[in-house]
Design a protein around this ligand. Sequence first.
Ligand code: ADP
Ligand code: MG
Length: 253
Amino acid sequence: PARGEVLLQATKVSKRFGGLVANNDISMTLKAGEIHALIGPNGAGKSTFFNMVSGVDDPSSGEVLLAGQAMTAKPSRVFAALGLGRTFQHVRLLGQRSVVENVALGAHLRARRGWIAAMLRLDRAEEAALMAEARRQIERCGLGAHADTPAASLSLGQQRVVEIARALAGQPSVLLLDEPAAGLRHLEKRALSVLLDQLRAEGLGILVVEHDMEFVMNLADRITVLEFGTVIATGTPAEVQANPRVLEAYLGG
Ligand code: ADP
Ligand code: MG
């Protein structure tokens, strides 16, 4: 996709759980070559929104467009096939398997129905191609020296990067990251920022849900702030930081 092209668009997306409005008419866009951060206090509706733009859940109303296509009722593998890659809030790696094996599994999730079925049907040539692609993504993410190390022996920061490499193995144009900086030490956050900068420069659109304000302020091109399921501010980090409603939501007025 060309830089600046809209990759993901949410239009008046709402989600109700019984009487609770978890997301209330949320509209936002994600463009190629941009990092857009979604922030807000606990319970603001960030995960709910993330689930709807990644095909885990459907909106009660409103619409999500991915690569120009309406996504309501589409299964998550169709989201993957249209260019969406994601990581999860909690690390999901097979700790005893090597980094390259963990990343190779991700390459399956794109077009195939399920990776277990796909693995069973793989011939030697396909498996070799898959492992080669996994190694390329591990190099791209700066973990080449650890490709054959068991995932569990890496630091939390490195494991988060492995998860990003795994998402990248599906050749996404949109990357969704759920709290990638949570629990990381300062230097690990710096390393993660450098990687995300690089991926943005390569033209990916990155939507990041994050609690860590400082991390987001230094990284994002645009920030959308949620409170009680509603967008209370959107703009550049400087605009959002100066917004009285945001100060109130974060500092309790
Ligand atoms: P955040 O990720 O910003 O912390 P969530 O999206 O997880 O917020 O939650 C937003 C609101 O929706 C909360 O009040 C939460 O309790 C509620 N909620 C989330 N998921 C469900 C669900 N599956 N069923 C009922 N309520 C839910
Ligand atoms: Mg959440």
